[in-house]
Design a protein around this ligand. Structure first.
Ligand code: COA
Length: 257
C-alpha cells in the first residue's frame, strides 16, 4: 500500500493515478508494486473493463526514483517491483489507456509502449535519458522502438536521450492525440467509455492478437534489458550521473572509456 498511487473504480474503469507531486511523481519500488497490483486487479475483477493510467495536469512521472536507482536492483528482474509491473502490463488482458501531461521520463515513456491508447497534453515532455544516466534501455524499448519507428529514430531517442514534445510523439505514431492539458484526462476517459461499450471478449481477443506476434520476443528482451540495466546501475558511469543529478550539474563522462 502506498498513498502515492491512487486507484479508483469509476464506471467499469480502473483509474490509476500517480500522485507524488513533491518528487514529480517519481516511481519508487512501493509505487511499482501498487501499479502491478492495479493491473492484476483489473485482470481479476470482471466488473473492470479497462484501465486508465494518469498523473496530474502538469506531471505524469519523472520516471524511476533516482534514489532507488542508486540502491540498485535486487535479484531476478521479473521478480523486482518494476519488472513485475512491466511484465503484467505487457501481458495485460484488458485495454489500457494513458493520459499524460508534463514530464513523462524514462519508464514514463516506455510504459506507454504497452498501452493501447495514449492521450498527451501539449505540455508533455517525453524523454528516455537512459544513456544520459549511464544506463541502458528498458521496458522493451530496445525492441519496440526500432521496429515501430525505424532504427535511426530509435537510436536518436535512446542514444541522444533528448526530450521530445507531444507533437513529435504524435508524428512518430507513439500517441493517439495531443490535447490541451486540462482536457487530456477527459479525452482518455471518453475513450475508456467507448471501450466499455464495445464487446469485452472481442476487445480481449483483439488485444491478444495485437500482442501475440511480439509477446515472447518482448518478454525475452525485457529480461535481457533488465539484466543489463542491473549491471549498469552498479557502474561508475551511473554513479557519476546520479551524483550529478543530486548536485544539480551535468554529468562528466570524459574520464570513462
Ligand atoms: N527521482 C527522485 N527525485 C526526483 C526525480 C526522480 N526521478 N525527479 C525529480 N525529482 C525531485 C527533484 O530532485 C526535486 O527535489 P528537490 O525539490 O528536493 O530539489 C523535485 O523532485 C522537483 O524536481 P525538479 O527537478 O526541481 O523539477 P523540474 O520541473 O525543474 O524538472 C524534471 C522536472 C522531470 C525534468 C526533472 O526533475 C528531471 O529531469 N528529473 C529526473 C528524471 C530522470 O532522470 N528520471 C530517470 C529516468 S530513467
Amino acid at each position: 500500500m502506498t498513498a502515492h498511487i491512487l486507484t479508483e473504480k469509476q464506471d467499469h474503469i480502473l483509474l490509476v493515478r500517480i500522485n507524488r507531486p513533491e518528487r514529480k511523481n517519481a516511481l519508487t519500488h512501493a509505487m511499482y508494486t501498487a501499479l502491478g497490483d492495479a493491473v492484476d486487479q483489473a485482470h481479476e475483477d470482471a466488473d473492470i473493463r479497462c484501465v486508465l493510467f494518469t498523473g496530474s495536469e502538469d506531471c505524469f512521472t519523472a520516471g524511476n526514483d533516482l534514489g532507488d536507482f542508486a540502491a540498485g536492483l535486487p535479484g531476478d528482474f521479473q521478480e523486482t517491483p518494476v519488472g513485475r509491473f512491466l511484465f503484467l502490463l505487457a501481458s495485460a488482458s484488458k485495454p489500457v489507456v494513458a493520459a499524460v501531461n508534463g514530464p513523462a521520463v524514462g519508464i514514463g515513456t516506455t510504459m506507454l509502449l504497452h498501452c493501447d491508447l495514449v492521450f498527451a497534453g501539449n505540455n508533455t515532455r517525453f524523454q528516455m535519458p537512459f544513456a544520459n544516466l549511464g544506463l541502458c534501455p528498458e521496458g522493451g524499448s530496445s525492441l519496440l522502438l526500432p521496429s515501430w519507428l525505424g532504427r535511426v529514430r530509435a537510436a536518436e531517442l535512446l542514444m541522444l536521450g533528448g526530450a521530445f514534445t507531444a507533437d513529435d510523439a504524435h508524428r512518430l505514431g507513439l500517441i493517439n492525440r495531443v490535447c490541451e492539458p486540462a482536457n487530456t484526462e477527459m479525452a482518455a476517459l471518453d475513450a475508456c467509455n467507448q471501450l466499455n461499450a464495445q464487446a469485452p471478449a472481442a476487445l480481449r481477443a483483439t488485444k491478444e492478437l495485437l500482442n501475440r506476434p511480439t509477446l515472447d520476443e518482448l518478454k525475452n528482451t525485457m529480461l535481457a534489458e533488465g539484466e543489463r540495466f542491473a549491471e549498469r546501475l552498479k557502474s561508475p558511469e551511473a554513479a557519476e550521473a546520479f551524483r550529478a543529478f543530486m548536485e544539480k550539474r551535468q554529468p562528466d563522462f570524459s574520464k570513462f572509456h
